[in-house]
Design a protein around this ligand. Structure first.
Ligand SMILES: [Zn+2]
Length: 296
């Protein structure tokens, strides 16, 4: 079953997923390589997510220009710094669009992140990240018109409360942000909400829909079934630790990633997406606090 999963390799430059969606992978390795998506029609384009590393965002905008595209605006799929740090390079576009919760979360939860990234990336002063907040909010079910095409925006909380995704129905491409990752991650979110959002994605995109992940390239809709299974397994195993009075540390040490995913997926994660492995213990800790709270 797992053999049928298709994951496109990470490629430099703008790579076409369909006639209206292309992807661009950031080079910065520490964050598991953010994938930005470009939704375009005719000469107009909207970018989904700005990248963490300024050079990557520059390169993305250059690539769009080379392809004859005029970037009209940006969508932030959620507030995390690796998806919003490049917002400042979109200042001359009219629109920086997000869910209504995004700007507030950037200002509160993410307030120290630009400084953290500046140090961690060893950026030059000219590349210092100046928080640039969304200036327009979209709700669940709104439609974004670009050239002669449209893409539906859907609220998909779980990875974060403000996560939104884009669904391009005509060619069956779903731009998922971090709601879909090589390893599902809810360390800052909510496991049950993520399960519900993934079920929604599975029913919208079907088995054959192409899903642009926030990190790691493009996968087929059928992979989502395994994502849901992983999350349910983490919750089930964590509930046993909570139920028997054990601690979060014991749960985090005892619940191994390899016991919650198939052998093939564990091998893929270890070989190609090692930088995402820390997400698993963080997921267990989050699930523990959710379930312990429920029990109390
Ligand atoms: Zn994220």
């Amino acid at each position: 079953m797992f053999a049928s999963v298709k994951t496109a390799p990470l490629r430099p430059g703008l790579a076409a997923v369909s006639n209206s969606v292309s992807v661009f992978d950031g080079k910065y390795p520490g964050g598991g390589n953010v994938t930005a998506a470009v939704f375009h029609s005719g000469k107009e384009a909207f970018v989904f997510d700005s990248l963490l590393y300024p050079d990557d965002t520059h390169a993305l905008l250059q690539e769009a220009k080379k392809s004859g595209l005029g970037v009209k605006g940006l969508i932030n799929t959620h507030w995390h710094i690796d998806h919003t740090a490049g917002n400042q390079l979109f200042h001359d576009t009219q629109h920086i669009i997000s869910h209504s919760l995004c700007g507030g979360l950037m200002r509160t939860e993410g307030k120290d992140d630009p400084e953290w990234a500046f140090g961690r990336l060893k950026l030059e002063e000219k590349d210092r990240i100046r928080s640039t907040y969304p200036n327009e909010a979209v709700g669940d079910g709104s439609t974004l018109q670009v050239g002669s095409r449209e893409i539906e925006i859907i609220h998909a909380p779980g990875h974060t409360p403000d996560s939104i995704i884009g669904w391009e129905k005509e060619e069956g491409v779903l731009i998922a942000g971090d709601t879909v990752m090589e390893l599902p991650f809810f360390g800052y979110g909510d496991s049950q909400a993520l399960i519900e959002s993934l079920k929604k994605i599975r029913s919208i995109a079907g088995a054959r829909g192409k899903i642009v992940q926030g990190h790691g390239g493009v996968c087929a809709g059928e992979r989502i079934v395994d994502d849901i299974r992983y999350l349910e397994e983490v919750r089930r195993r964590t509930a046993e630790y909570v139920g028997s009075g054990k601690s979060a540390e014991q749960a985090s040490a005892g619940i191994k990633l390899e016991d919650c995913v198939t052998k093939a997926r564990f091998a893929l994660l270890s070989e190609r997406f090692g930088s995402l492995l820390w997400c698993h213990p963080s997921n267990v800790e989050r699930a523990f606090s959710e379930l312990a709270e429920k029990k109390a």
